[in-house]
Design a protein around this ligand. Structure first.
Ligand SMILES: Cc1cc2nc3c(=O)[nH]c(=O)nc-3n(C[C@H](O)[C@H](O)[C@H](O)COP(=O)(O)OP(=O)(O)OC[C@H]3O[C@@H](n4cnc5c(N)ncnc54)[C@H](O)[C@@H]3O)c2cc1C
Length: 317
């Protein structure tokens, strides 16, 4: 095993995703104290222009192949697996994102490497990993045995700015493994449909979760949102219950939003929801459970029944 931390760079439509910078910043901190080499793995086709944004890495391994032009879990999994086999890093960091979750499990099995998912914290020396269980309701610390490990990091756990460094890292061009005969083929990227309200452009969002209890209570939230000059968004169970359209869903399988104010009403703060709203300028959470994970991300929190808060706030406004 080498003294290397390998960060898998995620990008979509020509942009490196924030999660990549979040992991790079954290990996730099760990590599600094452990004397490890920080290596970024960039895969794609004709994306070498992105290397200049990865200046924080000691080295970028660049794999260019037309089969990697669009995200393909099978092709990406094979490629990461080969790079891991060749480099034997002591830690592989992958985003706990839709793309990353498609890669991490496969590489873990292929390379017989332990895999810790839903990681929200890593100690400065890299030896203790904090991860979530039960949709974020419980955290667990795992001590690494030193045999190498894959961690998938929840978006928003670390600061992206710490990893956003322009520069000219060393580049190692590596060839892709044999990607012929793949059984998964990319057909098209389906963008979320536009809805009656585009929640991605709203400055104020009042976001309801399962705590709202019934669609009959939605007008309360609509009234509050309208008094605030914003719109209503929601967590996934609200869409699954068909109380609101999919275009209102925030999160991993919904939309990413970055409003000035994100007010959550009865949302627990599962990692899949956090992924979509963690970048809001101001997060205010209302939840009756003082241990709800949403309070780890909120700037202000109110432990209170939303059916007390909503009318009181609406009256005040
Ligand atoms: C692959 C995958 C993708 C997913 N994608 C998404 C996604 O895009 N977006 C998303 O949101 N989820 C997503 N999920 C689901 C996610 O894991 C959670 O199940 C979901 O976010 C929980 O929604 P919630 O917080 O509304 O409900 P719950 O987790 O049930 O939380 C309800 C909260 O309301 C509080 N509450 C109850 N009554 C009141 C009251 N009267 N006043 C105040 N507080 C109250 C409770 O204390 C609780 O914390 C995904 C899951 C998977 C596996």
């Amino acid at each position: 095993m080498s003294n290397q931390i390998l960060v898998i760079i995620e990008h979509l439509k020509g942009n490196i995703e924030d999660i990549s910078f979040e992991m790079l910043g954290k990996a730099r901190e760990i590599s600094g104290s452990a004397g490890a080499e920080l290596v970024a793995l960039l895969m794609g086709s004709g994306v070498d222009g992105m290397v200049g944004q990865l200046g924080i890495a000691d080295k970028v391994i660049y794999v260019d192949d037309t089969n990697l032009a669009e995200f393909n879990p099978q092709a990406y999994c094979k490629t990461v697996s080969e790079v891991v086999a060749n480099n034997q890093p002591k830690m592989v960091m992958i985003g706990n994102t839709s793309m990353g979750m498609d890669i991490a499990g496969g590489v873990s099995v292929d390379q017989n490497m332990p895999f810790i998912a839903y990681v929200s914290g890593i100690s400065g020396d890299g030896n203790t990993i904090t991860s979530s269980l039960y949709g974020g309701k419980m955290n667990v610390d795992s001590a690494l045995s030193g045999d190498g490990c894959i961690v998938s990091v929840i978006a928003g756990s670390f600061k992206a700015d710490a990893g956003r460094v322009d520069g000219s890292p060393n580049v190692e061009n590596a060839s892709a493994p044999d990607l012929s005969g793949l059984s998964i083929h990319f057909k098209q990227l389906i963008e979320p449909e536009g809805g009656d309200v585009d929640i991605t452009t709203q400055e104020i969002l009042v976001s309801v979760g399962r705590g709202i209890q019934s669609d009959e209570n939605l007008p309360m939230a609509e009234e509050l949102a309208s008094k605030l000059g914003g719109a209503v968004s929601c967590s996934r169970p609200i869409v699954d219950s068909k109380w609101l359209a999919k275009t209102r869903q925030v999160g991993k399988s919904g939309l990413k939003v970055k409003p000035k104010l994100y007010l959550t009403l009865g949302i627990s703060g599962a990692p899949e929801h956090i992924e979509g709203m963690k970048d809001a300028d101001l997060i205010i959470a209302v939840n009756t459970d003082p241990n709800a994970p949403i309070f780890d991300y909120a700037h202000y929190g109110v432990v209170q029944d939303i059916f007390d808060i909503i009318p009181a706030l609406t009256d005040k406004l």
